[in-house]
Design a protein around this ligand. Structure first.
Ligand code: ZN
Length: 277
C-alpha cells in the first residue's frame, strides 16, 4: 500500500508559502561582488601587465561573467517555477476533500487521493516550465548601462567587459557597441574615427582625464584648472560645443584613464619619450 497524501491543512498554508528552494541569489551576489572586485583590480593595475596576459585575463573574466549571468538566470527561473507550482498546488489542495474524522479513512485506504507536492512538482516541472525564460538580472544590467545621458557614469562590469577587448586592441578606437553614447557624442573627440588621448587645452597626454557631465567632452584636470580659473560659467573649450560649464561640471573619466593606461602599456617607450620632452 502506498503512503497516503493529504491536502494541505488550512492552518498550514502560511508555512507552505514560506517553502522555498535553497536561495542561491545571496551566493551569486557575493560571487558577483568578488568578480567586480577582481575586474577593478585588473583595471587598476592594467599597465603592469603585458598585452597577451591582459587579453587572456579579459577572455577568462568574460567567460566567468557569462557563466555567472547564466546561473543567475537559472536561479531566477527556478524561483519563478517553484512559486507557480506552489500556487497551483494550493489550488488543487483547496479543492480537495477536507480531511475530517469522517473523510480521513478514505485518504488512508486510497478511496480519496491527492498528489503529493513532490509528485505534482515532478509532473508539472518538466512539461510546463521548459520555456520559462526569466532574465531579471540581465534586464537590470541593461537598464544601468543604457543611461548614456549621464556622461561619466560609473563603469558597470558589463560595460567594462564590452569595451576592454576593443581598447586593448586599439586604445584610441571608437567602441562600436557604444552606439548609445556615440550618437550623442557624434563627432566630438574623434578625428578620423580615433579618440585623442591628449587634452585639447594643454595639448599634453591625459594625466587626470575629466569628463563634462553635461556634454561628455574630456579635458585634463590641469587644463580645466587653467581654463575655468573663476567660478563663472564659460563656454566648453571644445570648439563647436557651446555648453556653458564650470569646473564643477567635470568628474574623472574612467574610460579615458583606461585608454591611456593601456596605451602606455602598449607603447611604453613612446610615452616615456613624450614624458621626458
Ligand atoms: Zn562640450
Amino acid at each position: 500500500m502506498s503512503v497516503p497524501h493529504f491536502p494541505i491543512h488550512r492552518d498550514q498554508r502560511d508555512n507552505f508559502h514560506d517553502l522555498a528552494a535553497y536561495d542561491l541569489s545571496v551566493d551569486l551576489e557575493s560571487i558577483e561582488k568578488q568578480f567586480d572586485k577582481t575586474l577593478l583590480q585588473l583595471v587598476d593595475y592594467i599597465d603592469m601587465l603585458d598585452e597577451p596576459a591582459l587579453v587572456q585575463a579579459v577572455i577568462d573574466l568574460n567567460e566567468s561573467y557569462q557563466d555567472l549571468l547564466q546561473q543567475q538566470a537559472q536561479a531566477a527561473q527556478c524561483d519563478a517555477e517553484l512559486d507557480e507550482i506552489k500556487k497551483r498546488y494550493l489550488q488543487i489542495s483547496s479543492a480537495a476533500t477536507p480531511v475530517t474524522i469522517d473523510t480521513v479513512r478514505d485518504y488512508i485506504d486510497g478511496t480519496t487521493q491527492i498528489q503529493s507536492l513532490q509528485q505534482f512538482y515532478d509532473d508539472t516541472h518538466q512539461e510546463d516550465f521548459k520555456n520559462i525564460r526569466i532574465s531579471n538580472n540581465s534586464n537590470n544590467k541593461r537598464k544601468t548601462r543604457g543611461s548614456a545621458a549621464t556622461y561619466g557614469a560609473p563603469l558597470s562590469t558589463e560595460r567594462l567587459l564590452t569595451i576592454l577587448p576593443y581598447i586593448i586592441d586599439d586604445p584610441t578606437c571608437v567602441v562600436p557597441d557604444d552606439t548609445e553614447t556615440e550618437e550623442t557624442e557624434d563627432d566630438i573627440q574623434i578625428e578620423g574615427g580615433k579618440i585623442e588621448l591628449s587634452c585639447p587645452i594643454t595639448c599634453k597626454p591625459f594625466e587626470n582625464p575629466m569628463i563634462s557631465k553635461k556634454c561628455g567632452h574630456v579635458f585634463d584636470k590641469e587644463g580645466i584648472q587653467i581654463y575655468f580659473n573663476t567660478p563663472d560659467k564659460k563656454k566648453c573649450p571644445q570648439g563647436a560645443c557651446g555648453h556653458e560649464l564650470t569646473a564643477t561640471d567635470f568628474k574623472p573619466d574612467q574610460v579615458m584613464l583606461l585608454r591611456c593606461k593601456i596605451n602606455k602599456m602598449k607603447r611604453p617607450t613612446t610615452t616615456e619619450n613624450l614624458d621626458t620632452l
